[in-house]
Design a protein around this ligand. Structure first.
Ligand code: MG
Ligand code: ZN
Length: 214
């Protein structure tokens, strides 16, 4: 019985995700669903990325959090359109939550929409929201065992950004293991090593991003 209910929820989600997809296509917006654990640096990555793009792309952001507006305020300070969704306890964003706020964004004027998912390594990967691409941000301080422990996140992702690379010397983490395991789950995954603190690797990532979107 439980399985049936879950299936219906996911089927309903897929229908709404397809609606969102049509809206994004009509507006010519490229959409990235950004997923990570809490504290990996999703909002810091968006801040760095938006600054580095320096208006090369017209960007907007949807922030997903269980509560609060801190992330939306940080993005709003950069002068790009931002909407905060508070899930009120739900540990992921679904297609309907996105659908409900799309009318509040100037989609026709936007080229790239980031959807910052709720920090969680489990269910965000199960819910399509109509995105062009899912991507994973992993802080290396989370450990090199994460790809094999949370495989769906990595399987679903087209890109993997390894953040806080400046802290590598203080850890026993093997970047090679993370890369090898991520590529075993998603053979074509594109991997970047960055530090949002120092700026290392940011331009490689944004160069790739611009080519992807344009
Ligand atoms: Mg955040
Ligand atoms: Zn969830």
């Amino acid at each position: 019985m439980k399985v049936k209910v879950v299936t219906r929820i996911l089927e309903a989600n897929e229908r709404i995700a397809a609606d969102n997809r049509r809206i994004f296509d009509d507006s010519g917006v490229y959409v990235i669903n950004l997923m990570s654990a809490p504290g990996a640096g999703k909002t810091s990555l968006l801040e760095r990325t938006i600054k580095e793009l320096n208006k090369k792309l017209k960007v907007a952001v949807i922030e997903g959090d269980i509560a609060g507006t801190q992330d939306a305020e940080r993005i709003g300070n950069l002068g790009v359109p931002v909407i905060q969704i508070n899930t009120g306890g739900a540990c992921h964003l679904d297609a309907n939550m996105i659908n409900e706020v799309l009318g509040e964004l100037p989609l026709k004027e936007i080229e790239l929409l980031f959807i910052e998912n709720v920090g969680n390594l489990v269910c965000p990967a199960e819910f399509n929201v109509g995105e062009d691409m899912k991507m994973m941000l992993l802080s290396i301080t989370e450990g090199d065992d994460k790809p094999l422990k949370y495989p769906l996140m990595f399987q679903e992702s087209s890109a993997l950004i390894l953040n806080k690379i400046d802290l590598l010397q203080y850890t026993n983490v093997s970047i090679d293991k993370i890369k090898k395991d991520a590529m075993s789950l998603s053979p074509s995954i594109k991997i970047f090593e960055i530090s949002c603190k120092t700026g290392e690797g940011i331009s490689e990532w944004t160069d790739w991003l611009v080519k992807k979107v344009k």
